[in-house]
Design a protein around this ligand. Structure first.
Ligand SMILES: NC(=O)c1ccc[n+]([C@@H]2O[C@H](COP(=O)([O-])OP(=O)(O)OC[C@H]3O[C@@H](n4cnc5c(N)ncnc54)[C@H](OP(=O)(O)O)[C@@H]3O)[C@@H](O)[C@H]2O)c1
Length: 284
């Protein structure tokens, strides 16, 4: 008789079918590659960069897994539902959803931020997540195991000045995940939140340029505690750990990644090399 306590043989995610939004580059690409490396088939979601997404899908097929690219703008009315239906059609179902697609807001104070920008961020980060879940939940609930991972941000706790559209939208995404956990209960779909600090991706590089007046992340990241920004693969490793760990089902967890100041003013001073860290530590 087989030992029920023995770990499952073979790759941890063998037989799992994943949809990763925003997987043409950055964190989403790293997550898609990591999940495939652990045995999952993957739908690679993207918007403006289908060629880059096709390269990711090709690499996944090279690992012997199935992969399909689906192009959908998640800020459009029908984009999320179209993406969900195409993903189900491509793989025959989805039991692992990574809500990753996103972008930073313009960094303007509340009085100079348009209602349109706020609405756009809500739709991109939270509204689309709700719509994707509404389409995918029947399949997720029917699967022997199902996980939903939301890529949030330390901004939700730091609430930096000038970040209202992004912070509000990520907070709404986290609220959605908590609601999912409450609705699913123990034994249901697992809900996870991963909240990284600064990550060396296109979005992270843009933030560093904006904070420093044009410096490249690679030239200033040595000033961060730990000597570097997070990499997309750091985040992907955390995601892989969450979705392959066995444990209590239906529990919402929030994992914070990265050390360093989580408010933008301290980060700006630190990256420019002309500020003191809160608590008195001197930035190098
Ligand atoms: N980088 C950081 O420092 C950092 C820190 C904390 C949290 N995060 C979060 O991590 C997630 C990934 O960020 P990243 O740094 O990897 O960014 P990135 O390199 O700029 O990649 C963003 C991805 O999102 C997709 N995307 C953007 N707008 C979209 C839309 N309207 N519809 C569909 N897809 C869309 C892009 O697709 P196309 O390229 O095809 O347009 C791309 O694949 C985001 O939610 C971000 O807020 C990032």
């Amino acid at each position: 008789m087989s030992n029920p306590l023995a770990p499952a043989a073979g790759p941890a995610l063998r037989g799992r079918r994943a949809l990763v939004t925003g997987a043409s580059r950055g964190i989403g690409e790293a997550v898609a590659r990591r999940l495939a490396g652990a045995g999952a088939d993957v739908v690679v979601g993207c918007r403006r960069h289908p060629d880059e997404a096709a390269v990711v899908a090709e690499a996944i097929r090279g690992l012997g897994r199935r992969a399909e690219v689906v192009v959908a703008d998640l800020t459009t009315t029908d984009g999320p539902a179209r993406l969900a239906r195409a993903a189900i059609a491509a793989l025959g179902g989805i039991d692992l959803l990574v809500l990753n697609a996103g972008e930073g807001s313009r960094g303007l104070p509340i009085g100079r931020t348009s209602a349109a920008e706020v609405a756009r961020h809500f739709q991109l980060h939270a509204g689309s997540a709700h719509q994707l879940l509404a389409e995918l939940l029947p399949g997720l609930q029917a699967a022997p195991r199902a996980d939903v991972v939301a890529i949030s941000s330390v901004a939700v706790v730091a609430r930096p000045a000038g970040g209202a559209p992004y912070t509000m939208a990520k907070a709404a995404l986290e609220a959605l995940m908590a609601t999912l956990a409450a609705e699913e209960g123990v034994g249901g779909v697992q809900a996870h939140v991963v909240a990284p600090g600064l990550v060396a991706t296109e979005q992270g590089r843009r933030l560093v340029r904006a904070l420093t007046g044009g410096a490249e992340l690679e030239d200033v990241e040595h000033r961060l505690p730990g000597g570097r920004a997070l990499t997309a693969d750091d985040v992907a490793s955390a995601v892989l750990g969450l979705v392959s760990a066995s444990g209590a089902r239906g529990v919402a967890g929030r994992l914070v990644l990265g050390e360093g100041p989580d408010d933008l003013e301290s980060l700006r001073l630190l990256l420019r090399g002309d500020g003191a860290l809160p608590g008195g530590s001197q930035a190098s």
